[in-house]
Design a protein around this ligand. Structure first.
Ligand SMILES: Cc1cc2nc3c(=O)[nH]c(=O)nc-3n(C[C@H](O)[C@H](O)[C@H](O)COP(=O)(O)OP(=O)(O)OC[C@H]3O[C@@H](n4cnc5c(N)ncnc54)[C@H](O)[C@@H]3O)c2cc1C
Length: 368
């Protein structure tokens, strides 16, 4: 195990420790009192927090640098969040993994090639080092850090002495967008991402339009949940969910059965997919209508015969927010209520940038 520690001076440390523990429990931390200290266990990492009249004494232990950084960041960011306004508690970690460093879950990728899959889908190939942690079928998604146009020597976020992320100055700060690893060969140090080229292009789509060999992006992650093993499968996705669904289809056992529905603009946007013979693929065309404006995927879901599908069918769906809301509500009504029988996710929101989409989702969750 790696270990690092810090003392955080606070006027009323208990008033910070209490909400910090309550919050981390929501993130599935297990918390106990041991020998006069609070012990927080999160996955394979553990933090021991001693409480005195004017400080928290924190020691973090974790199996690797990524987990160590994650636990430090969880403690540091929540101490700041729950400290009184204007208190600005200081912390300087000593021990393993200290000093400004790139986040351990971060890689720099260089573009090696650009392919046109369809008129509105572009595959960008990248080369990077040490990609093994990204080579997983149950964690397909990454955050891409896209430098502003024209910046050839980008600055990347760094983990500071205080355990928090130091962001580069605003003018050179990369913009973060979520994408799916469509193909990866970690031994060869290569991967590919399929980008939708859309109207009102934000940083992600604009990068895909201009990308050329040698351009750099950052990549953090991976994240997301994998496909559950099931007797039958139903996939529903628009173009943004297509790369993930396509990769999952490729990795299903040959005897897998089910149905997949993909919404695209027209026949020219269909792409060849490798999938088990028992999975029937249907392309839904929205024609000239704007993406996310027609209920094609909702109708495909509504037309499914769930009696015939049976209780052992797993639903995976990813699309624009409006479709996501309707399909999630319908899925909760029709399928068994257990959360692990379906994964319905909102990948983007009409009229909102990704930052606005994330903020709206947080506000909706808080309201709920
Ligand atoms: C887990 C996850 C995985 C994803 N994987 C992929 C992937 O592999 N490939 C992929 O292309 N996308 C993927 N997406 C979706 C992608 O992150 C969003 O589409 C993102 O908004 C694109 O960023 P942008 O900078 O191009 O546009 P933004 O700056 O976010 O938005 C600018 C404008 O474009 C609109 N817009 C955004 N996306 C679309 C779209 N697809 N069609 C039409 N209008 C749009 C917005 O509503 C907004 O008005 C994924 C999303 C998630 C959450």
């Amino acid at each position: 195990m790696l270990a690092t520690s810090t003392r955080i001076a606070l006027a009323d440390p208990e008033s910070v420790l209490r909400p910090l523990c309550a919050h981390l429990v929501e993130h599935e931390a297990v918390i106990s009192e041991q020998e006069g200290a609070t012990v927080i266990v999160l996955d394979a990492s553990r933090a021991r927090i001693g409480l005195s009249a004017a400080a928290l004494d924190v020691t973090v232990e974790a199996p690797d640098v990524a987990a160590l950084q994650e636990m430090k960041r969880a403690i540091a960011s929540h101490v700041i969040e729950f400290a009184p306004k204007g208190a600005a508690p200081e912390m300087r970690w000593v021990g393993d993994g200290t000093g400004p460093a790139l986040p351990a879950d971060f890689r720099v990728l260089a573009v090696t090639g650009v392919e046109t899959i369809t008129p509105h889908m572009r595959r960008i190939r990248f080369r990077g080092e040490n990609l093994a942690r990204f080579d997983k079928i149950d964690a397909l998604h990454v955050r891409l850090f896209i430098p502003p146009e024209g910046v050839t020597a980008p600055s990347w976020p760094m983990v500071g002495d205080d355990g928090l992320l130091l962001q580069p100055p605003a003018e050179s700060r990369p913009i973060v967008r979520k994408y799916t690893i469509r193909e990866i060969d970690s031994a060869a140090g290569t991967l590919a991402v399929d980008f939708v080229l859309h109207e009102d292009a934000g940083p992600g789509s604009a990068f895909a339009m201009r990308a050329k060999t040698g351009d750099l992006v950052g990549m953090g992650g991976p994240g997301g949940r994998g496909l559950k093993t099931a007797e039958r499968y139903v996939f529903l996705a628009d173009e943004t969910g297509l790369p993930a669904a396509a990769r999952m289809l490729e990795n299903l056992p040959p005897e897998a059965v089910g149905q997949a529905f993909f919404e695209v603009a027209n026949a020219g946007e269909e792409q060849p997919l490798r999938h088990p013979a028992g999975i029937a693929v249907t392309w839904l065309h929205r024609g000239d209508a704007a993406p996310g404006s027609l209920p094609l995927l909702q109708e495909a879901f509504a037309a499914l015969d769930w009696q015939a599908e049976g209780p052992a069918t797993y639903l995976w769906a990813a699309m624009e927010h409006g479709g996501f809301r309707e399909i999630r509500a319908a899925a909760r009504g029709k399928l068994r209520p257990e959360r692990d029988q379906h994964l319905v996710v909102s990948y983007w929101r009409n009229g909102a940038t990704d930052e606005e989409h994330v903020a709206a989702k947080k506000a909706e969750a808080a309201k709920a």
